[in-house]
Design a protein around this ligand. Sequence first.
Ligand SMILES: CC(C)(COP(=O)(O)OP(=O)(O)OC[C@H]1O[C@@H](n2cnc3c(N)ncnc32)[C@H](O)[C@@H]1OP(=O)(O)O)[C@@H](O)C(=O)NCCC(=O)NCCS
Length: 403
Amino acid sequence: MTNPEYLVRPATAAEHDRFSSLFASAMMFESSPSELDRELFEPERALVAVDGDQLVGTTKAMSWDLSVPGAVVPAAHVTAVGVRATHRRRGILAGLMARQLREVPEALAVLWASEPGIYGRFGYAPAAWGVSYEVDLRRVGPRPPAATSGRLEELSADDALTQLAPLLRGLQASRPGVSGRSEPTWRRRLLDKPEDRGGKTARQILVHRDSTGALDGYALWRGKLSWNSGGPANEVTLEELVAVTPLAYHALWYHLLTIDLAAKLEFGHAALDEPLAQLVTNPVALNRRLTESLWVRLTDVARALAQRRYATAVDLVIEVTDDLLPQNNGRFRLTADTERASCERTESGPDISLSVTALGGAYLGGRSLAEFAATGRVVEHTPGALATAAFGWPVAPVSIEIF
Ligand SMILES: CC(C)(COP(=O)(O)OP(=O)(O)OC[C@H]1O[C@@H](n2cnc3c(N)ncnc32)[C@H](O)[C@@H]1OP(=O)(O)O)[C@@H](O)C(=O)NCCC(=O)NCCS
């Protein structure tokens, strides 16, 4: 699979702009790296493939954290995967992936895939589903929230930079699959360059305050003027909505679903169990579409399994196969109650066998081991071993941004 003709090595800080330009040309967008991009670059976590003096492949991992069932843990956030168009299908990606996965210090790596066919062969599996909405605002029928002493207001980007972070951490505490943001990452998230708006308005930052004035939710959205023969048909694009109380959730959504002159609202990051359907009379008008969102690859099975929490007590010997990372091959005894978990190597007979890919797919609690067993990707040796609900989680994972 990998091609020894192309050397794979860590990038240097000085290579940032060439690195970005190669990735941008692979994805077909214009590269215009900023000082902030350079500041966020972690060259020691970026790999390049080279052909003579030319960079021909890129990938990097970002040191972010991620919410998993019952915990927030470090996770390599893999991105900037690109191979020069003249060098495609020669094993360059395979070489980059193999080295990156071998060197990841975290127990898991995660990514968003541009195409679903790329990453399964490297042991990644979709672990969170995303739901996108194209809401027909004329038909959806939002139910008004009960009158309360909470209030909505707009926030400047500068204020948002210092005030929104605790809310995102609140979401991480309640849902798996949510990536954390450092201060510079927040700065990048809140950038709003006119050339990136695609004909939409500047970003609006809407917040909800509870009766004491404390922030308990926010929404980042834009509008777009659209007028047709039937009259106004403006479009609302919701980028992100985070609420840590039911009231904030309801108030923010109600506001967004009732904006004057708007006919459509688009949102790309709803969870599979998004509660919004309860707050409208006609959920069909949400026009929901299922997508794959976060892919998970366990790089250290024992550590990854011990890092998350389990919905019920469990005592299971799991036999894992991993074609790329031999240290993951073998049997592991997972013992856990709802408060703690441990996972150690064992020689005992397995209760279940599975690939590291299936285990990654089930890791966030959004897909069951039984789902993988139905296609033979998980094999049950001890009758009843798969009946455990331990790997599931009461709340579906969601990844709220493409990175
Ligand atoms: C996707 C991309 C990185 C693949 O790089 P590459 O060097 O051509 O890949 P490799 O030659 O190492 O291929 C490894 C394997 O993956 C397969 N593969 C590669 N790209 C694939 C794709 N887009 N869909 C399905 N399979 C793919 C290859 O066929 C090969 O399979 P094999 O080992 O069974 O022969 C490259 O085509 C690219 O830069 N695409 C545009 C940017 C992009 O989509 N990046 C991913 C962002 S998430």
